[in-house]
Design a protein. Structure first.
Length: 411
């Protein structure tokens, strides 16, 4: 299907597909089994420009937008969702910085971000603050020219491998959600250490760690935006990042089909390829249709987003303002409902497709040396991170209630 792909996006697709065939597929089983980060793939991503897809050319990026990022994430996840997370989680960690950073902050951080010299991670979740981000306990108390940070974050993707962490903190606990702010904290800052490394069901080649902050002194220049606006930046970040998770889910579903269909064509029972049995063939057709529907949902959304995101970036560069402020001038409403719809639908499709493909292929699909069981394990996380399926339903329902209340008011 034609998704109005431009020249840059086609180059991204071609590069991503080449990486999958030549590098990711040969590595994925080994890295999954070892549960270790691939520095080999890190170098490949750096050489291919994967970290700068969505960063302005002025900072050494390719000047693409949300669509470029989503397309790369889909294709890389088609090969291995875990290995795909290296550029994906760096983007997630850096999106709030990119949106809220001043001109000076962008100049300080974006060149190394775009080149992949420095990796980023996003630190929001805590033992008592998962779906309810307002319950976070990590504090950052102002002390002269520094913030003193204390607290713990867990389930942080890319773990020890990142260099900069965008950390949600509470700078004014008495104000609740309005006291949440975002700080950029560099690895190696005294008092910043790592705790438990998690052992996971899927995406095993991307390390997930606990972060521990004990009297960590962070320069006030590392505050993003202003105090108390952190939750707003987090919500805006998820609006732009959730389509990436949806794209990853589409990639997982497509990857599972890419393994399943050739197997069903060659596997014979009762003297004929089992894909010719109507019950099995119809199921494959349904799964393929749902996967393509998810893809259409994602890229319709990201192209619409880029119609505002890319001009906002250029306006911010020209005016020396924040991208967040320029977006406010260009758009009337947030993308929350549509991002939630894409993530909800596509993550459910990924889980359904992977599960059904295992069933269709039978016993061989349950074995570790056949890649389907890995797609099934990896698919599950897309229903969980960056907001569970239940949170996505809440977001959609809240938006619908407001929409229909507004319509009734107009009447």
């Amino acid at each position: 299907m034609d998704y109005a792909i431009n020249e840059l996006e086609q180059e991204v697709l071609n590069t991503s597909r080449e990486l999958v065939q030549k590098k990711i597929i040969p590595l994925r089983a080994e890295m999954d089994a070892k549960e270790t980060f691939s520095h080999e793939m890190l170098e490949e991503y750096r050489k291919s420009g994967m970290f700068g897809l969505w960063i302005a050319e002025e900072y050494g990026g390719l000047g693409g937008g949300i669509t470029c990022l989503a397309m790369a994430f889909e294709e890389l996840s088609r090969g291995c969702a875990g290995l795909a997370l290296t550029p994906g989680t760096s983007a997630l960690g850096a999106i709030p910085m990119y949106l809220a950073a001043t001109k000076e902050q962008r100049e300080r951080w974006c060149p190394d971000l775009a080149s992949g010299k420095k990796l980023w991670a996003f630190a929001l979740t805590e033992p008592e603050a998962g779906s309810d981000a307002t319950a976070l306990k990590t504090t950052a108390i102002k002390d002269g020219d520094f913030y003193v940070v204390n607290g713990t974050k867990h389930f942080i993707s890319t773990g020890k491998e990142a260099d900069f962490y965008t950390v949600a903190v509470n700078t004014n606990p008495s104000r609740g959600a309005r006291g949440i702010s975002l700080l950029v904290i560099e690895k190696g800052t005294p008092g910043f250490t790592f705790g438990k490394k998690e052992e996971k069901m899927g995406i095993r080649s991307n390390p997930t760690y606990e972060l521990i902050f004990e009297n960590v002194r962070v320069p006030k220049e590392n505050l993003l935006g202003s105090e108390g606006r952190g939750l707003l930046y987090v919500q805006e970040t998820l609006d732009y990042s959730r389509p990436g998770v949806a794209a990853q889910a589409v990639g997982i579903a497509q990857g599972a089909l890419d393994v399943t269909i050739p197997y069903l064509r060659t596997r014979k029972q009762f003297g004929q390829p089992i894909i010719t049995f109507q019950a099995l063939g119809h199921k494959v057709a349904e799964l393929a249709a749902k996967t393509e529907a998810g893809r259409a949902l994602v890229y319709n959304l990201t192209h619409r987003m880029d119609e505002e995101f890319l001009p906002a970036v250029q306006n911010a560069l020209a005016n020396g303002t924040t991208i967040h402020d320029e977006l406010k001038k260009l758009k009337g409403a947030r993308w929350t409902k549509y991002s939630a719809e894409a993530k909800l639908f596509c993550s459910n499709v990924a889980m359904e497709v992977a599960d059904e493909c295992v069933t269709l292929c039978g016993g061989i699909a349950y074995m570790r040396d056949f890649p389907l069981e890995k797609y099934m394990r990896d698919a599950k996380i897309t229903q969980i991170y960056e907001g569970t399926v239940h949170i996505q339903k809440n977001e959609i329902l809240t938006a619908l209630i407001k929409e229909y209340a507004s319509k009734e008011g107009d009447n």
